[in-house]
Each structure stands twice: as C-alpha cells, then as structure tokens.
Ligand binder design. Structure first.
Ligand code: SF4
Length: 333
C-alpha cells in the first residue's frame, strides 16, 4: 500500500498564498485539493512550447494533479480540479523524469506544481542523484510564496510563470483570489532575481538556442480584456525587460465541458479575434517589447487536451511517456 511521505511544510500548510493552515500529513486536503501524496497525471515530450524550450527533442513535461489557483477557464480541469492522477513515490517521480531524459527530452518541465513544492523538490533531488542532468523548468501560475519557491534552489534553473492578470477584480472573478496580482508579482521578482537569462548559442537546427537559465514570462490573453493585458505589458516593460523573455499566448478557448467553467462574467465565451490580435501587436510596439514569443491564433477547440486518454494531445503536439492509468507507455514491466 502507498503511504505518502511526511513533509514539515505540510503540517499546517501555508506553502501558497491560500494559507489554508491544514495538516496535509494527516490526510487533510486544502483548496488545492491535495493531501501529502504527490500525484502525477501525465508525462511526455511536448513540442508546442516556445522554441528555446521545445528545442529539437521536445520538452519533458510532467503534469501534476491538483492546483492552488483553480482558474474557472482551466483547459486542464480534469487534472487540476477533478483529481485525475496517480500517487507516486519520490523514486517513482524520479524514474518518470529519467525516462523523459532517456527519450530525448531537452529538459524536465514541471507543470502546475505550486501546491506540491516540498514533494516535487525531494523527487527532483532524488532524480538528480541518480542521473538527471537536463535543465529543470518550473511552469506555474505564479500564485506562489518565495519561501516555498526557495525549496527549489539548486534544482530549478528556468522559470515559466504565467502572469494571468494584474487586475484584482478579474482575479476575484475567475480564481477567487483577489490577492493574485500582488502575490504573483512578488513570486516573479523572486524568480528573476534567482535566474539570469542564459541561452545556448543559436545553430542551424535551432536558431533560437536552448534556454538553460532565466525567466520566460507567459501571459494568456483573454477575449475583450486587452486593457488587462496592457497592464501586464507595462509591468513587464518596467521590471523585466532585458532580464527575461515575454511569451504571449492567444490560445484562450472556452471549455464548455468543464463543470468548473461556470460564473465567468468578466469576458465573452469565445476565441480571440484577428482584430484583437492586431491590437495586441500594436501594444507590443507601444511598449517597445520585441524580445519574446507570440502564439498564432487557434481556430477551433480541437486542440483541447483530454487526460482520460494516454495521448491527451494531438500526436503532432506530444509523445506520451507515462499516464496516470497505464503507467509507462510501451515499456515492459
Ligand atoms: S498548497 Fe494547498 S493546502 Fe497548502 S496553502 Fe496552498 S491551497 Fe492550501
């Protein structure tokens, strides 16, 4: 039988700004939905990240079950809010990371682990001790406390925070977290202070080079909310320009199957329009931001993942390595 390890930080959990104060070691679950078990939903090579992350081999993504932010519009709602996933030991987590490396992953990219930092830090240290050598990326909502992020010192070298909004009203409407802007800015400053930007030199196979250290600040643009995006661009220009890269994501897609996507009244139930994309380009010019990435508009909902399947994505976008129900894909034993 699986018995979760005990972590001191879980005894009265305040590792994220929700400050639940409950004893996860005793089996209680906070707003993130998780006790002391570390649960993983899916791991595989992902080819849809920014070029310095995807490289040529793909990014070794590990999707963690649970989430402390719980966005109503989350495309990964099956794992972030419906608990799809399997508990793994530190050694089991390490083995998933190593299998990604053996499969050619450019890096190990931990997706949405803010609520499980102590367990993930232990699993990653174990993995490094038994041979993990690729860079480790932390891919999160930035709703995090610097004290908890410090547990990843010496392990994580690249940070991918998604600064979702700097508008407290919007944060209250879609995350029930009015304090999100303040907490996220603090967490992102901590990340930028920790990790100077470094990329390998460009080559013919990969003109962007590969990121080995630093921050790529992501921002998901929401339909009819370009004034909120402008606040993010302004903050980036003032605090991070020259020290980090910016990645604007325009893939917002309504998740009509999600039971959690109710009560969003802050923006319309639609994709972004080409007119909004043009306006966005204008804003980038207004703020003098040219160093970064800009996603093509999506045209329909067909790309939305389904984590019931071992291959949640299209085969062009990802190669599965491990799935919560099936374990390692195509591996004996
Ligand atoms: S990590 Fe989970 S239990 Fe801990 S404070 Fe955050 S939401 Fe609450």
């Amino acid at each position: 039988m699986y018995t979760p390890p005990m972590y001191r930080e879980y005894e009265a959990c305040t590792i994220c700004p929700r400050n639940c104060g409950i004893n996860r070691n005793g089996g209680k679950r906070g707003l993130c939905g998780e006790d002391a078990s570390l649960r993983v939903a899916w791991a595989g090579l992902h080819f849809g990240e920014e070029p310095p992350i995807t490289g040529t081999g793909g990014s070794g993504t590990v999707f963690i079950t649970g989430c402390n932010l719980r966005c109503k519009f989350c495309q990964n709602w099956q794992i972030s809010q419906d608990g799809m996933g399997l508990a793994v030991t530190e050694a089991g987590f390490a083995e998933i990371c190593l299998e990604l490396q053996r499969s050619g992953a450019e890096n190990v990219n931990i997706v949405t682990g803010s609520h499980a930092i102590p367990a993930i830090a232990a699993g990653l240290r174990h993995a490094k001790n038994v041979g993990l050598s690729v860079p480790i990326l932390w891919n999160s909502s930035a709703y995090e406390c610097p004290e908890a992020l410090a547990l990843l010192d010496g392990v994580v070298s690249v940070w991918l925070p998604d600064l979702k909004t700097l508008n407290p009203e919007l944060a209250a409407n879609v995350f029930h977290a009015r304090d999100y802007p303040k907490a996220a800015k603090k967490a992102i400053r901590f990340m930028a202070d920790r990790a100077p930007l470094a990329l390998t030199p460009p080559d013919d196979a990969l003109p962007s080079g590969r990121i080995t250290s630093g921050v790529i600040l992501r921002h998901l643009v929401l339909p009819n909310r370009l004034a909120d995006t402008e606040l993010v661009l302004e903050w980036f220009a003032e605090h991070l320009a020259g020290k980090a890269l910016l990645s604007l994501m325009t893939q917002y897609t309504p998740v009509r199957e999600s039971p959690h996507a109710k009560g969003i009244d802050a923006f319309p139930d639609r994709l972004m329009t080409p007119k909004e994309a043009d306006r966005l380009q204008g804003l980038l010019e207004d703020y003098g931001i040219s160093d970064g990435f800009y996603q093509e508009l999506v045209e329909d909902t067909s790309w939305l993942p389904d984590f019931v399947r071992p291959q949640p994505f299209s085969s062009a976008l990802a190669k599965p390595i491990w799935h919560w129900r099936d374990g390692f894909i195509g591996r004996e034993g």
